[in-house]
Design a protein around this ligand. Structure first.
Ligand code: SF4
Ligand code: SF4
Length: 375
């Protein structure tokens, strides 16, 4: 494969991959033993190899996608296996109605969390209030990764990414969005925040989230359940499967997910950006064509602008013929930094956070597979 301008020397790539491996093992292997420990070390090694390939080839897309898709499907398998372990069924039962806390709910029910926070502080119950803990974890991840969560650690993103890669070329060419449509996730986010607060219910989880197809329904009323089922199935089939498969665009992440809009807003706290270098850009528009989430618009490109919705996937960087687009640190054009500094810093952060998140469930699935194969 032809090397990209961003390729690093082999020795530097090996050193960076080794640092990543040691950091992942150090961060996550401590509490495990036996086959779990082995699985964690093996998975950390696989992440280091994938990251090493990105460093040494200078191309991000292939190995980020492989990692991201494994993360997503391992999450689904582990989630189901845990549910079966808890309830004896692959679906939520009347006895156990708790679903795992999900990052998308942080965005769509944020006002409710604030209200609960207020009630918890007033009643002295805040010590047992777990969403607060998740809020702190989310803030830490956002400070390090920002919007990159959506291309390096989110299970929905991994599913969307996987279906978008099923075809080599799009069956339906979809490059532009009508004006204003790119802000649909922001509109959905505002609607979810307000509806959740008014009803005191997590409206995204109850009416939009396709993952609920595989869990169960919290509403006892039969007609309401059927309508929920219809909504989950329609959104899942159209935006997670069919549109990505037909167009190679990540339609769920780009058009539906309120968490993407939320991260586009709060992710500004994060130091990494994607920037276009005017003196190198030839306006060839390849970045627009390959961007899976419509984060570069025609008018914006003329002013060398990338939308805040960009989730740092790196597809545009692989495709750009003049190396005009790349990671930068806030306030610093990447040309003003020592060569590739921002790129190396970002990629290490992304592999580290995405890798640490995947450590919760990929090694568990590896152990399950091993036990199944070994009988
Ligand atoms: S692919 Fe590169 S050169 Fe072409 S328009 Fe995008 S940033 Fe400019
Ligand atoms: S602008 Fe580039 S890095 Fe950002 S989402 Fe689009 S392809 Fe990915």
């Amino acid at each position: 494969m032809k090397l990209h301008q961003a390729a690093l020397p082999t020795r530097t790539s090996v050193v960076l991959a080794t640092v990543l491996f040691l950091a992942l093992v150090g961060l996550t292997a401590g509490a495990a033993n036996g086959e779990r420990l082995i699985a964690r070390i093996v998975w950390a090694g696989m992440i280091a190899v994938m990251a090493g390939r990105v460093f040494v080839t200078g191309r991000i897309s292939r190995w980020r996608s492989v990692f991201f898709i494994i993360l997503a499907w391992a999450f689904i398998v582990q989630f189901k296996a845990t549910l079966i372990g808890l309830t004896g069924s692959a679906f939520i039962t009347p006895d156990i109605q708790e679903v795992p806390y999900c990052h998308i709910a942080i965005a769509s029910s944020f006002l409710n969390h604030l209200y609960q926070q207020y009630l918890a502080f007033m009643s002295g119950a805040w010590r047992q209030w777990s969403p607060l803990t998740w809020g702190v974890v989310w803030l830490g991840v956002t400070l390090v990764l920002g919007q990159a969560w959506c291309s390096w650690a989110c299970f929905y993103g991994g599913l969307d990414n996987g279906f978008a890669l099923l075809r080599r070329k799009p069956l339906v060419k979809w490059v532009w969005l009508p004006k204003g449509v790119r802000d649909l996730p922001a509109a959905i986010l505002i609607a979810m925040l307000l509806l959740s607060l008014v009803t005191l219910k997590p409206i995204f989880c109850l009416w939009v989230c396709p993952l609920k197809l595989g869990t169960g329904f919290l509403e006892p009323d039969q007609l309401t359940r059927k309508l929920q089922l219809l909504s989950f199935a329609t959104i899942g089939i159209v935006f997670l499967v069919v549109l990505p498969w037909l167009t190679k665009k990540r339609a769920f992440c780009g058009l539906i997910c309120p968490f993407g809009a939320w991260q586009a807003f709060v992710g500004r706290l994060n130091p990494y950006r994607v920037q276009i270098q005017p003196d190198r850009c030839t306006q060839c528009q390849r970045c627009i064509v390959v961007c899976p989430t419509f984060a570069i618009e025609r008018e914006g490109l003329k002013q060398h602008r990338v939308l805040p919705y960009c989730n740092r996937c790196g597809e545009c960087m692989d495709a750009c013929p003049t190396d005009a687009i790349g990671y930068s640190l806030v306030g610093k054009p990447f040309a003003s930094l020592p060569p590739k500094t921002a790129r190396i810093a970002f990629l290490l952060s992304a592999w580290l956070i995405g890798g640490a998140v995947s450590m919760w469930f990929v090694p568990e699935v590896m152990v399950k597979l091993w036990r199944w194969v070994a009988g």
